[in-house]
Design a protein around this ligand. Structure first.
Ligand code: HDE
Length: 657
């Protein structure tokens, strides 16, 4: 029964109460006024950054106790899974912007631990544009749409962004990542995640270890190609959002392993010459291995976007005992910003009481009242110390005395702090280029081509030649080849720089797979037209299904093919950029320019293409021939053919083409 907010059953919600059927509306129509008042206030401010996002529920299971380095219970207890809520996001675009824009992706994980919420509010790129949080408003103002005309939406290919970063060489390392395929992921499922900053673990004995958090995706690290990303922005702006939800719905649960890169907690907090407080630097995995300690599985879609995904309020200061902070100046500023912005975004101080934000641990604070208060608090003494409430609730230490059974209190690691009050960067933050060079050195030729393409594209959108010159000048300090190729594309002479000659390389930084990966959740178009061999189609569908991939029959018309085969999409309502691979079941489907474009683009984007029967010759007519990398043909599909198909898809792309 439809009711008002007061629980009164509604008679009619389609007609306002009027004086006569053609007369004026009456003020006494309380149902109308309540309905419209509520509607008028449905919107809340979007996040100042990371406005566009999507999320899922899941659980984290620990492989082995980490009690040697931390007393955080969820990192010591292998028997009890920890519930998680993970929100992915882009940074620059508004809430309604397209998913596939070139951008950093947010990777925020909340662990609902028995000791309170721990939020790991990270990104899919392990470094950041700036070293000090006081620069964040400048960075974001430069990246957001330009203030005079509010264009362009959700992209950095415009003057103000490049003006800022070209004047801010500390952003060069991060720019290398954002101009790489890391910034146009194939899926949220195929991204790494990083905590970025160095954190500090502390064990029961009070011993400390520094740590960098990593997430390693089971589905591998894969990107789109730039043309796909651009087309998808129009064809399916919800591409990543849809992909995540559909994979979970299909039972292809996305998985990541949590990796801890453990580093000794020294007085200077350096490791092998790297200042661990500088968020523009990584510690290469080859220097400090990433220990995989547990698995996160996303297994449930939210049931209400607003209540969960929009209202979740992450905060780097949501810590549990066993995990502490460092003095990274970027992290320190974040500790202020998140609660502050949420106060406005969620309309008052009680957002920790929203269902998605409520800890699973017992809450017993003395906060009272405020907008949106949900609790009906009991008692008369919400203050410490008190005698009226019997002294409750007790902090662990009261009047200098430790209260019995106070185990489990969060205690900040007591570290000495010493120094003059200065506005000053340490000299150890000065090297802005050598890790950008390290990144470039670690890429394969294909990845380098893409980085060159991205810099060239973005800088070609900048009208002011001095900005472009300045940026190309910065690239000269990264790598001569990079600078030369970008300058060439822009019709400029490459300036001379001084790139580090000893930057080395880190094989862990390339996205190139060394073996075919799992294909669970991969999306395959099976092009078919009337007259198709239904048995052969069944062999393919069964094989894809067994591997957890999703095969969609794409036909010239909707409904049923030949009266029995269900059609999922049509040649007219989708494009190859929405799929990971294409299977052509018979030549008749390739009638017309739309189907031809479908195949030619899949071929150009280096995707797996398979065909049998008369489709083989039809493909060859398009120049897609047997023997080309990633092209599989046969007379009639067998189990072995399907195995080869799954393996080919597992490579993600066939770049040799
Ligand atoms: Fe954020 N960031 N950030 N950020 N950030 C926000 O908080 C901020 C930074 C990140 O899914 C805001 O609730 C400052 C680094 C993610 O809800 C805001 C600085 C990293 C999300 C904010 C940074 C991040 C945010 C906007 C400079 C990776 C989305 C809405 C030091 C380690 C969280 C909100 C979600 C969101 C401030 C830099 C990740 C304004 C001041 C570095 C994933 O408070």
């Amino acid at each position: 029964q439809l009711t008002t907010a007061q629980g009164v059953r509604v008679e009619d919600t389609d007609n306002t109460l009027r004086a006569g059927s053609r007369g004026p509306a009456l003020l006494e129509d309380f149902h109308f006024r309540e309905k419209i008042m509520h509607f008028d206030h449905e919107r809340i401010p979007e996040r100042a950054v990371h406005a566009r996002g999507t999320a899922a529920h899941g659980e984290f299971v620990l492989y082995e106790s980490m009690s040697d380095v931390t007393c955080a219970r969820f990192l010591c207890d292998t028997a009890t899974p920890t519930p998680v809520f993970l929100r992915f996001s882009t940074v620059v675009g508004s809430r309604g912007s397209a998913d596939t824009a070139r951008d950093v992706r947010g990777f925020s994980t909340r662990f609902y631990t028995p000791e309170g919420n721990f939020d790991l509010v990270g990104n899919n790129i392990p470094v950041f544009f700036i070293q000090d949080s006081i620069k964040f408003p400048d960075l974001v103002h430069a990246a957001k749409p330009e203030p005079d005309r509010e264009i362009p939406q959700a992209q950095t290919a415009h003057s103000t962004f490049w003006d800022f970063v070209s004047l801010q060489p500390e952003s060069t390392h991060m720019l290398m990542w954002t101009m790489s395929d890391r910034a146009i992921p194939r899926s949220y499922r195929t991204m790494e995640g990083f905590g970025v900053h160095t954190f500090r673990l502390v064990n029961e004995a009070g011993e400390t270890t520094l740590v960098k958090f990593h997430w390693k995706p089971a589905a591998g690290i894969h990107g789109l190609v730039w043309e796909e990303a651009q087309k998808l922005g129009g064809i399916d702006p919800d591409f990543h959002r849809r992909d995540l939800a559909e994979a979970i719905e299909a039972g292809a649960f996305p998985e990541w392993e949590l990796g801890l890169q453990l580093l000794p907690d020294s007085d200077d907090q350096f490791f092998e010459g790297i200042d661990l407080l500088d968020a523009t630097k990584i510690v290469p995995e080859e220097l400090a291995p990433v220990r995989l300690v547990g698995k996160l599985t996303l297994n449930r879609n939210p049931s209400n976007f607003f209540a969960e995904t929009e209202q979740v309020a992450y905060h780097p200061g949501h810590l549990v005992r066993g995990i502490d902070l460092t003095d990274d100046p970027l992290l320190q500023g974040r500790l202020f910003s998140y609660l502050d912005t949420q106060l406005t975004r969620l309309g008052g101080p009680n957002f920790s009481q929203l269902p998605i934000n409520r800890p699973h641990a017992e809450v017993n604070d003395n906060h009272r009242d405020g907008f949106g208060q949900q609790a009906i608090h009991e008692g008369r003494a919400p203050y410490v110390p008190n005698s009226i409430g019997g002294g409750c609730p007790f902090a662990a230490i009261v009047a200098g005395e430790t209260v019995p059974e106070s185990d489990g209190a969060y205690v900040h690691v007591p570290r000495a702090v010493d120094g003059p009050k200065v506005r000053e960067r340490p000299a150890s933050f000065d090297d802005h280029y050598s890790q950008a060079t390290l990144f470039w050195n670690s890429l394969s030729d294909v990845e380098r081509d893409h980085v060159v393409g991205a810099f060239s594209f973005e800088l070609s959108k900048v009208a002011e030649s001095e900005i472009v010159d300045r940026m190309v000048g910065n690239l000269a300090n990264v790598a001569t080849e990079l600078c030369g190729r970008v300058a060439g594309n822009l019709g400029l002479r490459a300036p001379k720089g001084s790139p580090a000659t000893d930057a080395g390389s880190s094989p862990a930084l390339t996205m190139m797979p060394t073996a075919p990966g799992p294909i669970a959740g991969r999306v395959v178009a099976v092009l078919a037209a009337p007259g198709v061999d239904e048995r052969a189609l069944g062999v393919i569908q069964k094989g894809l299904d067994a591997a957890g991939a999703m095969g969609f029959v794409v036909a010239p018309h909707a409904g049923k093919l030949d009266g029995s085969i269900e059609v999922h999409k049509t040649v007219w309502n989708c494009e190859s950029v929405e799929f990971d691979a294409v299977v052509v079941a018979n030549a008749a489907v390739m009638n017309g320019p739309k189907a031809e474009l479908f195949l030619l683009e899949a071929y150009r984007h280096c995707k797996t293409i398979a065909a049998w029967g008369d489709a083989v010759a039809a493909l060859a007519d398009l120049g897609i021939v047997d023997g080309a990398p990633g092209v599989l043909v046969t007379k009639a599909p067998t189990k072995g053919f399907v195995t080869a198909l799954c393996e080919a898809i597992g490579w993600h792309r066939h770049w040799d083409r």
